[in-house]
Design a protein around this ligand. Structure first.
Ligand code: HEM
Length: 511
């Protein structure tokens, strides 16, 4: 009798558990999206599977390519669902322009961070901060005091030093006939330049500080795909008490914290000794100590901002430098034209410098064309805060927005020979500025667009200019392999490796 009761009790318990699980699945995965509302339908949607929705369509290592494939089959404006996360996918320049123009404020948040306390893409980071007082304060600080024209001019000497060092590193390897990993050297240049702009001195190579920051940036970039998945699955998994990739993300965050805490303390000591500094850390500490500031920032905000600048600024520029040099090596005619321009403006007696860039329109066009074809951030991610109507379709509130910049900038309806590297397209006189805004979105768009655009153009322009001015390149085989690697950032599957031959007499220091 007692045994029977135990069996019945077990069955009953299993039955309740099953009911609970079914209810949970229903609540988590089968909740119908709102709509149609505002008198119109949701945007078109490809056929989906139960529970996972459209997840199977984007499960590929090259996520931007999967999205591009879906749009070329089903259209440039789509409504997708991954589990219970609704997504609007935009892949044409005209729809992207319409959304950025008419919904700028509505799409000025990226959605909640899956791991709030992390210094990497946590809730204190500008990149992830919701559109509100904190973001507005930091944006103003970035535009006016950290990355604006005057601030960039003030820190010019730091970057000139680093460009010179970059040249010297390449020259040394060229003389020794050593093979060079261009990405590795370019990373030292961008990372050391940002380190100097942040703290007024280089990260020390001797005590391993520089290498630590570089490896943290690389690790952070490799975590972005995990982060994307964590953000997509955040809602359903949170309800089950699971936080994806928390251990890895918090590990990187802690290591960043150690490095930045040291720099902060170093600067605070200098301030106590009445040292008047002008680097980015000094500017942030001034805002931190300002009792009347519009927003009272914390030390955690300062550290998070610097993680943003390291992560958003170094890898992106480094990958673009690598892609562009690869394109140039593969196109001797472009190399020749570029060299002619640089030799005529800079001549062969000194190294190219930032102030030359304005007089080098073809170099600027090469940089822009490289960013168009190989945008290091191919997907722009935002969230619709409120429901709205776009192109006659209804978009519910809290829908994620994915603008596939990679597809927009290769849209065959807008770009002639979209897959070809043709810098001339950016110097054609028929081009209007509006057309540019409409089509070129390598730096995103609107108020949430990249605040580092000018700095990035300087990094890439001077690096490519110096490499074209000073060296010839030998690679294995006839052409550089331009295959793309997987992940959320657009990187080369086969990092560019070559041997260099100096084509100018060694220059004296640039300063
Ligand atoms: C080739 C270089 C770069 C590319 C292609 C790039 C691209 C982007 C893109 C696509 C976004 C998202 C924009 C949007 O949502 O509309 C972004 C955001 C951002 N970028 Fe860049 N970026 C580059 C370099 C830099 C540099 C050098 C810095 C600063 C040191 C920087 C700092 C930021 C920050 C702080 C954000 C977040 C802005 C916000 O959410 O308000 N980026 N970048």
């Amino acid at each position: 009798m007692a045994a029977m009761m135990t069996v019945e009790f077990q069955n009953c318990f299993l039955f309740i558990l099953l009911c609970f699980f079914t209810f949970l699945c229903y609540a988590l995965f089968f909740k119908k999206p709102k709509g149609p509302r505002l008198g119109c339908d949701l945007p078109p949607s490809p056929p989906s599977l139960p529970i996972i929705g459209h997840l199977h369509l984007i499960l590929s290592v090259l996520i931007h390519k999967s999205f591009q494939k879906i749009s070329s089959k089903y259209g440039p404006f789509l409504y997708l669902r991954i589990f219970n996360l609704p997504i609007v996918l935009v892949s044409s320049a005209s729809v992207a322009y319409e959304i950025f123009r008419s919904q700028d404020v509505n799409i000025s948040s990226r959605g909640p961070s899956p791991i709030k306390k992390s210094l990497l893409l946590g809730s204190s980071n500008v990149i992830n901060a919701p559109y509100g007082d904190y973001w507005k304060f930091m944006k103003k600080l970035m535009v006016k005091k950290l990355l604006g024209t005057q601030a960039i001019e003030r820190s010019r000497k730091f970057r000139a030093d680093e460009l010179d060092q970059f040249y010297r590193n390449l020259l040394e390897k060229a003389i020794k006939k050593e093979s060079v990993e261009i990405g590795e050297e370019a990373m030292k240049f961008t990372n050391n330049s940002i380190c100097k702009m942040v703290m007024g001195r280089s990260c020390s190579e001797e005590n391993g500080e520089a290498e630590r920051v570089r490896s943290l940036v690389t690790k952070s970039t490799s975590l972005t795909t995990s982060f994307f998945l964590a953000a997509i699955l955040r809602k359903p998994l949170k309800k089950l008490g699971i936080s994806l990739f928390k251990k890895e993300i918090m590990g990187v965050s802690r290591r960043f914290d150690e490095v930045l805490k040291k720099i902060l303390v170093e600067h605070e000591k200098k301030l106590e000794e009445h040292h008047q500094g002008t680097d980015m850390m000094d500017v942030l500490l001034e805002a931190y100590g300002d009792e009347n500031a519009e927003y009272k920032i914390t030390r955690s905000h300062i550290k998070s901002l610097f993680v943003d600048l390291f992560v958003a600024g170094t890898d992106t520029s480094m990958h673009t430098i690598q892609w562009i040099l690869a394109e140039i090596i593969n196109s001797p005619k472009i190399l020749e034209r570029l060299r002619k321009e640089i030799d005529s403006v800079v001549e062969k007696t000194r190294l190219i410098q930032e102030t030359d860039l304005l007089n080098l329109p073809y170099l600027q066009a090469v940089v822009k064309e490289g960013l168009r074809l190989h945008p290091p951030v191919p997907l722009v991610l935002r969230t619709f805060q409120e429901e709205c109507k776009i192109g006659g379709f209804y978009v519910p509130e809290n829908t994620a927005l994915v603008v596939n910049g990679y597809a927009v900038m290769r849209d065959p309806d807008i770009w002639e020979d979209p897959d070809e590297f043709k810098p001339e397209r950016f110097i054609a006189s028929s081009r209007s500025e509006k057309e540019d805004v409409l089509k070129f979105i390598a730096f995103g768009s609107g108020r949430r667009g990249c605040p580092g655009t000018n700095l990035a153009s300087i990094f890439i322009g001077t690096a490519i200019g110096m490499m074209v001015q000073c060296f010839d390149y030998n690679i294995k085989g006839d052409k550089v392999n331009m295959a793309e690697a997987g992940g959320l950032n657009l990187t080369m599957a086969h990092p560019l490796q070559c041997t260099l031959v100096p084509r100018t007499k060694p220059f004296q220091c640039n300063l």
